[in-house]
Design a protein around this ligand. Structure first.
Ligand code: FAD
Length: 325
């Protein structure tokens, strides 16, 4: 059995889990075994129906309301109990912040090896994996040993793809023995984002600004363009360092990984630490005064010019085109 750990936020399924399940299903097919999933929390029960489309034969559900919200030690202990009962060949989770944290707990509690942020997985006596290191600036090939292989799958390494033939996703309940000790780390309070709107990680279009924007006020032009395109505004670390934008807007190694259809990078030089955050973008348009800037060299399209002139002209052209349509 290949077991996929489903990440959800109080019952809202993480799309990264569907990417992980897609890789898990291919692995199960190669090994001639079934794909199962773990659902934690009473609120997770309805998710089983969505998992069927991705080829999940059985969903193991811990119908315990204490697991409804994120509690890494309690989630990990539940998973450890499940893997010791069923002995799957591999346990997979999304390589999200939560997925990596949770699997580190599982690995430590179960005494198993974990390979994080995998891009490709080749099964065998030991699994051969290719994974991202140093925020994606280095690819590493490694061998993973262990009775149960623990893997997290790098976000956007695999596109989520439903199975050709959906499975049953029959629910099988289990009741992990959890004490108060497992709930030492849990969500105490939630703070809504200061500026609601399309989230950077999920946006189909991101308009990013770098030091070249020149000021906090300069981002008004980027907001306008993002608004016209239904996108989100991102920025480089140079921008968050001087306080023009909050850290939540930062794209990169120490910020958010984005995967939009289009990333419009304005006045961003394209440092490696920025590029690892936007390399999953399907198309990049660079707006930069420097034709030699790494962002320009790596982008699919580039406009060489002053963003303060280019962006208003772009907004104007989009509005004019919409009026004509
Ligand atoms: P600059 O490198 O100064 O580039 C500004 C660009 O704007 C230039 O290309 C210039 O030609 C152009 N420009 C100037 N004026 C205009 C104009 N009027 N019109 C058009 N273009 C113009 N960086 C990140 O972004 N994200 C991270 O997560 C991140 N993590 C890091 C982690 C570590 C450990 C370290 C050491 C660094 C990290 N950095 C990160 C910083 C990174 O190395 C760069 O310093 C940073 O990305 C540079 O930001 P920038 O491109 O906005 O600025």
């Amino acid at each position: 059995m290949i077991l996929g750990l489903i990440e959800h936020d109080r019952g809202a399924l993480s799309p990264l889990s569907l990417q992980m399940l897609t890789l898990g299903r291919r692995l199960a097919e190669q090994l001639g075994t079934e794909l199962h999933a773990v659902l934690l929390g009473a609120v997770a029960r309805p998710l089983a129906a969505q998992l069927a489309a991705y080829g999940v034969a059985t969903a193991h559900l811990a119908d315990d309301a204490r697991l409804d919200d994120w509690a890494p030690e309690a989630w990990a202990q539940s998973v450890v109990e499940l893997i010791s009962a069923h002995g799957p060949q591999a346990l997979l989770a999304a390589g999200s912040e939560r997925g990596n944290e949770l699997m580190a707990h599982v690995a430590a509690r179960a005494g198993l090896a974990l390979a994080a942020n995998c891009l490709e997985v080749e099964p065998g006596e030991a699994y051969t994996i290719r994974r991202m290191r140093w925020g994606g600036s280095l690819l590493e090939e490694a061998r993973l040993h262990g009775a149960v292989k623990l893997l997290t799958i790098a976000p956007h390494a695999v596109a989520a793809e439903p199975a050709a033939a959906p499975a049953a996703a029959a629910i099988r309940e289990f009741a992990p023995a959890l004490t108060e000790r497992e709930f030492r780390v849990r969500v105490a309070r939630r703070v809504a984002p200061a500026r609601p709107g399309v989230s950077l990680a999920d946006a189909r279009v991101v308009v990013g600004g770098g030091r070249g924007v020149g000021s906090a006020e300069g981002f008004a032009a980027l907001e306008q363009l993002a608004g016209l395109l239904g996108g989100a505004v991102g920025c480089s670390r140079a921008v968050t360092s001087v306080g023009w934008r909050p850290h939540a807007d930062q794209v990169g190694q120490t910020g958010t990984r984005i995967a939009p259809d289009l990333y419009i990078a304005c006045g961003v030089s394209g440092a490696i630490q920025h590029m690892v955050g936007c390399k999953a973008a399907k198309r990049i348009l660079a707006v930069n005064t420097d034709p030699e800037a790494p962002m320009v060299v790596q982008a699919h399209y580039a406009i060489i010019g002053d963003l303060h002139k280019v962006l208003p002209a772009l907004c104007e052209a989009i509005r004019a085109q919409r009026e004509r349509a």
